[in-house]
Design a protein around this ligand. Structure first.
Ligand code: ATP
Ligand code: MG
Length: 743
């Protein structure tokens, strides 16, 4: 079917055709025939890169342009939300019937808001979690939504992220039974079951834009499912490197999936020198610039240094331990074909559009702390393998699992290459996960009787798949807990949320975290310090990632805890009678110390080395820490702990910026982060007043501060920049540039 023939506005056709798409792919055609453009509910389950997004785009534009509707696009990750946002932006010039341009919005931030400004947008892209929090705030515009797109809906199967998606979909169906649902999924065994739950029809296909050859590599021989084999040249001892070299020599790139971050780094290092040795000079020059880009964005750390070094050799790693800026640089350089070998953890496998001619799955087993090694699912394998083959560039994509023995080769062939993806199962009925959703059901008035709560959860995928009574027991237990902790109240048949309960639900935190903050703020500690509050938040179940103390750290942590005994707002478990609780406490104390070092302005590298955290983890800790301090501030306000409010507000800002309290006024300026603020402060420019009266030349003369930034600072503090002074500075060679290469 040609785009021309579709019953959609011409303005939309033009944009699509201009982007290079003239024909629908077969699964897309099926979706159209199944009524996707006539308001029918639909699950489209098809392989990676089979073009599911385009169907969502067509549906969305039809709703907005022809029905004056509103669209909510749900994705599981922030990175995916921004990718979808960029893709939708190409329609932003189209005008609606009213004559006004289409408005496309993205909202993934702060969970404590209803974002009323989103009301003005036609297409709103968000994460499942943000969608959930918007529902908890009962954002008014939610009632106007006429189409919900749920991307990567097979994640219903994911223990961490599945339940939220499930609850969000159930709530949206409850709020607006007429809404059109379009669910996009990888191929799974039981798409029909999910479809029945959503009152949708399902389309399942195996069609792919590029033919995929799947197989297993053993030593120097690759064997494919059709029985075909080929030998690779044994130029190094490492068969994965040899395979990658084979790919590069024939003009392709390789994407290698490793089981752990550490493996992803070591595989990249192993490949680097061989890969580097066959790159052309112009490519190497261009890679040098990419490497420089890595070193100059964000604080320089060992991780960014080793990444930059690898990039010079056309190799890189990609995992959740990298900061966002670095990840984007790597993704772009890979897409541009500059990086030839990219090693990654499986987080890269879904959604982000980053194909390569060859995919290598190095580890089919994954390590989970506390569980040990377990084999990945076929669904996960398919997601990774599916990244092979770049549409428009490659005729064939190849995906190979790596075996060490012949037995293993047979096992991998049977269990993955020839196997069908599993069924997906709801993971909702877990108390830890369900607590917040039960509270929110009451607090946001999705139900106001106990029966109403059960009725709501009867409409979830869980209840559809299992016996609804199975979840009843867990809910009853949770209701008891919420009542005991005074988050809900009963009156006859009715159940209400207390102010405390409602606030906890809106703040989007686990009710158990709410109890921890309420009690800690009430009981306090003999000596209240930053550490007291930091430990309070690291104790909360919402704090993530949790760090376990390494055995060699235990003694040191134990004496630190002893030293600061008076500062903790809760009792320290007894080392001898409850060892497990005690070590958990040490872990919390360790996290608190990480955050404490961060606000004492210890260099990122120092923190990474001392506590063995990775930059990406540090950013996540900081983001979660900021959020939990905000929540603590709100709960302190609710319980009228006026004496703590400014303390908590300042600490939250310190965490956000990574500075001592004295730098707060300076980091509030645009363009000034923790490093530059410290430079200004140490040069005697300690206050806004000081900056206002300081000569431009003095500010500009400091390391890392060039004329442009100096002027920007002056303008922000209300200082006056003389034309003559500015001209003089501008003509000088930018010290900003010099400084960047120096630091
Ligand atoms: N009909 C078409 N003709 C040519 N290219 C297309 C067509 N439809 C989609 N594409 C392109 O295919 C690529 C992959 O599409 P998309 O991201 O929608 O895949 P997907 O099915 O969502 O896969 P994933 O499971 O990885 O999310 C995009 O670059 C898109 O522009
Ligand atoms: Mg997709």
């Amino acid at each position: 079917m040609r785009i021309e023939e579709l019953l959609i506005p011409n303005s939309v056709k033009e944009v699509i055709i201009k982007s290079g798409i003239t024909q629908l792919y077969p699964p897309q055609e099926e979706a159209v025939k199944a009524g996707a453009l006539e308001g029918k509910n639909l699950i489209l389950a098809s392989p990676t890169a089979s073009g599911k997004t385009l169907i969502a785009e067509l549906c969305a534009l039809r709703h907005v342009l022809e029905e004056d509707g509103k669209v909510l696009y749900l994705t599981p990750l922030r990175a995916l939300a921004s990718e979808k946002y960029r893709e939708f932006r190409k329609y932003a010039r189209i005008k609606k019937k009213s004559g006004r341009r289409l408005r496309i919005g993205i909202s993934t931030g702060d969970y404590d808001r209803s974002d009323p400004w989103l009301e003005r947008y036609d297409i709103i892209i968000t994460t499942n979690e943000k969608g959930d929090s918007l529902l908890r705030h009962r954002a008014r515009w939610i009632d106007e939504i006429s189409l919900v797109v749920a991307d990567e809906v097979h994640l219903l199967n994911d223990a961490d992220r599945g339940p939220t998606l499930e609850v969000v979909l159930a709530r949206l169906m409850q709020v607006n039974p007429d809404v059109q649902l379009l669910a996009l999924s990888a191929t799974v065994r039981n798409a029909e079951e999910a479809a029945e739950w959503l009152k949708a029809s399902s389309i399942t296909t195996d069609w792919r834009p590029v033919v995929l050859r799947e197989g297993v590599l053993l030593h120097d021989e690759a064997q494919f499912r059709d029985g075909d084999t080929f030998k690779i040249e044994k130029s190094t001892k490492n068969s994965v490197t040899n395979l990658a070299m084979h790919m590069i020599r024939s003009g392709g790139q390789a994407l290698i999936f490793a089981g752990t971050r550490r493996n992803s780094v070591s595989l990249a290092k192993k490949a680097a020198s061989s890969v580097g040795s066959i790159l052309s000079k112009p490519l190497k020059r261009s890679l040098m610039r990419v490497a420089e880009g890595i070193l100059t964005s964000g604080e320089r750390t060992r991780v960014s240094e080793s990444l930059a070094e690898l990039v010079k050799h056309g190799t890189a790693f990609h995992h959740a331990g990298l900061g966002g800026a670095h990840r984007r640089i790597i993704e772009d350089a890979f897409r541009d074909g500059k990086i030839k070998v990219l090693t990654a953890t499986p987080t890269l496998a879904f959604g982000v559009n980053l194909p390569a001619r060859m995919v290598v799955i190095h580890d089919y087993r994954r390590y989970e702390p506390g569980y040990g090694y377990y084999p990945i699912t076929v669904l996960e394998y398919k997601q990774m393998a599916g990244r092979a083959g770049r549409p428009r560039y490659d005729k064939i994509g190849e995906a190979l699992l790596v075996a060490k023995t012949e037995d293993e080769r047979d096992y991998l062939m049977d269990s993955y290459v020839l196997a069908k993806p599993e069924r997906i199962w709801s993971k909702l009925a877990v108390e830890r996960i369900l607590r917040g959703h039960v509270l929110a059901t009451v607090a946001a008035d999705f139900a106001h009787t106990e029966q109403g709560i059960y009725d709501f959860f009867n409409k979830t995928f869980y209840a559809y798949q299992y016996d609804p009574d199975a979840i009843k027991g867990v809910i009853a237990k949770i209701l008891k807990f919420l009542y005991k902790e005074e988050m809900i109240e009963f009156s006859g048949d009715d159940v209400y949320a207390t102010k405390f309960g409602r606030r906890i639900s809106e703040l989007y935190i686990d009710p158990v975290s709410g109890v921890i903050m309420r009690d800690a703020l009430l009981n306090r500690a003999p000596l209240l310090t930053d550490l007291s509050f930091l430990h309070m938040i690291t104790r909360m179940p919402d704090m993530y990632p949790k760090l376990r103390p390494y055995s060699r750290e235990i003694d040191e942590l134990a004496s630190l805890v002893e030293e600061h005994r008076d500062e903790f707002m809760m009792e320290i478990p007894d080392e001898w009678t409850d060892r497990i609780a005690y070590e958990e406490f040490l872990g919390e104390a360790k996290l608190a110390l990480v955050l404490d070092s961060w606000i004492k302005e210890v260099k990122e590298d120092g923190i990474i080395e001392k506590f063995r955290v990775q930059p990406g983890d540090l950013y996540r800790l900081v983001a979660t820490g900021r959020w939990l301090l905000h929540a603590s501030h709100e709960i302190a306000a609710l319980f009228k702990h006026k004496d703590l409010l400014s303390n908590l507000a300042e600490l939250m800002e310190q965490i956000e910026k990574g500075v001592k309290i004295e730098l707060l006024p300076l980091v509030r300026l645009n363009g000034i982060g923790r490093v530059r603020a410290r430079i200004l402060y140490d040069a005697g420019l300690k206050t806004i007043r000081g900056l206002k009266t300081a000569p431009l030349e003095k500010i500009n003369g400091l390391p890392l501060i060039g004329p442009k930034l100096a002027k920007k600072i002056k303008e922000q503090v209300g200082g006056f920049v003389k034309q003559k002074e500015w001209k003089k500075l501008k003509s000088k060679k930018s010290s900003e540039q010099q400084a960047l290469t120096k630091y």
